[in-house]
Design a protein around this ligand. Sequence first.
Ligand code: AMP
Length: 473
Amino acid sequence: MSSKVGKPSKKINNKYIADLKKKLAASNKTKEEKHVLKPESESEDEDNKDEEKEKEAEENEIKEDEEIMNKTFKDFGLKEDILEAIEQLNFDKPTPIQAKSLTPALEGRDIIGIAQTGSGKTAAFAIPILQALWEAQTPYFACVLAPTRELAYQIRETFDALGANMGLRCCTIVGGMDMMEQARDLMRKPHVVVATPGRLMDHLENTKGFSLRALKFLVMDEADRLLELEFGPVLDKILQIIPRKRTTYLFSATLTSKIDKLQRASLHNPVKVAVNSKYSTVETLVQTLMVVPDGFKNTYLVYLLNEYVGKSIIIFTRTCAHAQNISLLGRILGFSAIPLHGQLSQAQRLGALNKFKSGDKNILVATDVAARGLDIPSVDLVINYDIPTDSKAYIHRVGRTARAGRSGKSVSLVTQYDLELILRIEKVINMKLPKETPNKNEILALHDSVDRASAESIRQVKQFHSNRKIHRR
Ligand code: AMP
């Protein structure tokens, strides 16, 4: 946990407060201008009064926001055990999503949080749960649903760290891991269960003695993604068998119509808390693209790896095969790369992630399985080896860098076939990606050796598959 912890909140908070001040100044300016412009008719006069009222309300809201943002964790009246854990984690001040959601959450309200991974949202929902648990100390107190196994493990880490001083028992229930062992974990009566929906349902149906009848808190994290992955029917089932009288937190990076439905189905009079605009990417992120001629993609990639040698890098590919090949290509050329994709076993995926997190490997070659929810604060560069067909996936990929106030960079390798996809992405993120041109001589000098290494990596992958076939026979 300690490797994940930095001091990013100051930057986020300062920026947030600066934005608020700008808004306030702008709103005052329009107000002043309005006093100069005298209304000519009564209806105009009425209109102006309405506008004035709106402006005032907006102004008050901004002032309130500013006050909230200046709060410290102590100001929320948190239990000493939790405050100590927060201090041990070096969290100086609440991040904007924490500052805005803690008050209503601690008052017992349901929350809809519009926030991305990297905003500090895990602690935003973990802290009020732990505060309530501190009094109750009952098993199966809270359940957190996450779309991916990796995210589930990360959420659990945050709970473990924040609950370290209060004897918290937490367990992770995800697919791909041993059912029996998980059943044993569940029998130890954990306070918090962090789960992917399918495996949780499996246990609810098949593990004797396990139920969520006493559940007090339900969190649906990355709810947009939960629904994208078609967890909808399982979620419905889970919602039917857990108590209606509970507190529900729904966190999502985007608010889609599906989320809207889910929110109506399962939340009671929720408070909506948003800190990021819908499809935004953070300002500390520099995003560029490189136009790659046919047959030169690997060479451009290796050029980038050379440019950023020693930095921590995630390369995103569209397919598992690409991830495997690229990782091997990297290794053949002496880079410290490791693949992470859906065709690996859960243990291999966790192993890869841990090696990357610990710095043992500095290049992770991943499919979109890894794009969501992974909290790896020290990523310097994201390379889109393949351009994602879904613009939201782009945002989530590049969101792996420039997290929690740090700076970072993303480079997308664009071939002639990707132009349409890039135009779509640019429309969604509302910016034109600047073009980067590599040094042509360096590219040419690299090309032959990269080509040979590419052929060798393809040969090795083929060999591996045919060996496996022979072995199976
Ligand atoms: P999350 O959005 O929950 O994935 O959190 C992103 C990162 O921010 C994690 O590494 C957290 O440990 C870190 N973090 C969360 N809250 C704070 C805070 N108040 N101050 C500093 N870092 C934080």
